[in-house]
Design a protein around this ligand. Structure first.
Ligand code: ADP
Ligand code: MG
Length: 386
């Protein structure tokens, strides 16, 4: 962490030739359970991880914004009053989209000071750990401070989501930004995506000697295209046909009726969302009453539901999950939007290296690319660094 901060300060200095006014950081996140429930106004249980995106920011007096990242070669420059979903594209749509979105939430883009930003990160991109929310949340925190907007963290989460939906063009929900902004050490964020009420839930991994392993398949996904939007449309169709505002209003007891009304595909999409909401509630209760060793079956059931009903898994994710289950994990599931990215396994720390070896072996045996496996620790949310 201190390494990235040093790199960011040095990178800023080298590029812009002056000292930044401050540095901010925001973490990636992993979703413990509650997949594709957020845009259905349901429940999610993500936690912020010990991988962060760090930005250094300096103010300018000319109303111009410049952004640069260790990930990209070019410096992107734009006049702030000209920010719009149409004028932004590529990676700069994330940080500058947040500046635009703050304008939608009260910042006066005609008068705010300009800025230079330099970004570095150790959140893997496209691995399902939400490098996108990390960059959005870090920029939202920074601009909220230097533009003196006094927006609270839930509002900044909504700003990040607005940028991602309208500027990047990915129809994602509020979960990622909420985890990145509201997360706390050793804890998960239990978020009601309808009311946006959140509660911090102690995970207790350390006391139970459990660790959470990320198994990154290396298969990249793209939210802006393909299956994600299609699944979202299926959920909206299901809600319309069931005459409810959103699938949040459907319970497990309603499923027999839903089966009579919906076509098979839409029914299975709906069943995933409805049962997943219940699994999130059950997971929160299990964590509070029994501790993390009690949530394994819920994680396993979540994976099956995504594989069979929501159909967003891929062979690499299924193999990672099955290998974990066969090698001591107390529970495992794919995580994130699907079609690639990572799976997670909750496992006793003594069984960790055996599992990592087994995953490598299984992937090689199936002719899949070498996966990346690493432990993540529940960490604090977005913060000012200096
Ligand atoms: P993820 O699952 O990692 O959130 P997304 O496709 O939602 O995947 O977002 C990844 C995109 O976010 C990258 O392709 C890039 O455009 C942008 N991004 C994330 N982190 C950075 C960074 N540190 N610097 C520049 N762009 C970034
Ligand atoms: Mg993302």
């Amino acid at each position: 962490m201190s390494d990235i901060r040093d790199d960011v300060r040095a990178g800023f200095n080298e590029l812009y030739g002056y000292e930044p006014a401050g540095m901010w950081s925001a973490p990636g996140r992993v979703n413990l359970i509650g997949e594709h429930t957020d845009y259905n106004e349901g429940f999610v249980l993500p936690f912020a991880i010990n991988r962060r995106t760090v930005i250094a920011l300096g103010l300018r007096e000319d109303g111009i914004a410049r952004v640069a990242s260790s990930f990209a070669d070019e410096v992107v420059e734009i006049t702030i009053s000209e920010l719009s979903p149409e004028t932004l594209n590529g990676w700069a749509a994330y940080p500058l989209g947040v500046a635009w979105a703050l304008g939608q939430r009260g910042a006066d883009l005609a008068t705010v000071p300009g800025f230079d930003i330099f970004i570095d990160s150790d959140v893997p991109v496209g691995a399902g750990l939400s490098s996108s929310a990390a960059i959005e949340s870090a920029v939202a925190m920074a601009l909220n401070d230097v533009w003196r907007l006094r927006l609270d963290r839930p509002t900044l989460a909504a700003v990040g989501q607005l940028a991602e939906n309208k500027v990047v063009g990915a129809p994602t929900g509020i979960m990622d930004q909420s985890a990145s902004l509201l997360g706390q050490k050793d804890s998960a964020v239990f978020l009601d995506c309808r009311s946006l009420d959140s509660e911090i839930v102690d995970l207790g991994f350390g006391a139970a000697e459990l660790v959470l392993l990320i198994m990154d398949t290396g298969v990249t996904h793209s939210h802006a295209t393909g299956g994600y939007a299609e699944r979202r449309a299926s959920c909206e169709l299901g809600a319309r046909m069931l005459e409810v505002e959103s699938l949040r209003d459907v319970t497990v007891d309603d499923l027999p009726r839903a089966r009579n009304i919906l076509d098979d595909t839409t029914f299975r999409r709906v069943r995933h969302v409805v049962t997943e909401n219940q699994r999130v509630l059950d997971t929160v209760r299990a964590l509070r009453e029994q501790g993390p060793a009690a949530i394994g079956d819920l994680l396993d059931a979540s994976h099956l539901s995504m594989r069979n009903d929501f159909e967003i898994s891929i062979p690499e994710l299924d193999l990672a999950v099955e290998t974990a289950q066969a090698n001591g994990a107390i529970g495992a599931r794919m995580t994130g939007g699907g079609f690639g990215g990572s799976a997670i396994a909750l496992i006793h720390r003594d069984d960790l290296s055996r599992l990592q070896v087994a995953i490598d072996g299984a992937f090689a045996e199936h002719g899949f690319g070498q996966p990346d496996t690493f432990v993540v620790v529940p960490a604090h949310g977005a913060s000012r660094e200096s």
